[in-house]
Design a protein around this ligand. Sequence first.
Ligand SMILES: [Fe+2]
Length: 188
Amino acid sequence: MSQVKELLVEELQDLLHAENQLVAALPKMVEAAHHPKLKEIFQKHHIQTQNQVARLNQVFELLGEEAEPKACRAMAGLVEEAQETIEEGDSKDENAADLALVAIAQKVEHYEISGYGTARALALQLNERDAARLLSSTLGEEEASDYLLTEISKPILQEALAGEFDSRKTASSERAPSAKPRTRTKAS
Ligand SMILES: [Fe+2]
């Protein structure tokens, strides 16, 4: 096998392991998300991710290679961080928790965009046009998903900032009457 093809196969094995981990992790993201649109994005991406695994298997077949995943430590680390983000979200307000989920999900997307970009370039170099076309489809989905995450983060951020503004207002209006002595039940 040429070294370029070897490189492509390794990249695909890495992506296969990454996608497999995401198929398992995305339902937890769906559950953790509060904003209905964010939930929907994660839900749709879960279905897409399952298709992406099938597409990777097709690419291996086209290349006449075994679809064997290779431990992707980078994605394992990102999934671990996502798990932490989910747990930390319990003690945050809903918008802040959702923004943290968007942030880690975009890191995942960027990892995949980089992996699929490389794999497609290598496939094109090897004149594996059908494989490159399949990899392009997935790359497009990852980019679209990244874009949707950027878009949904905008209203959530607005709500988060409005919430902070409201709570500042409440805090200052609560402070005002405290200038007067508070009526307290006297300790006997
Ligand atoms: Fe993916």
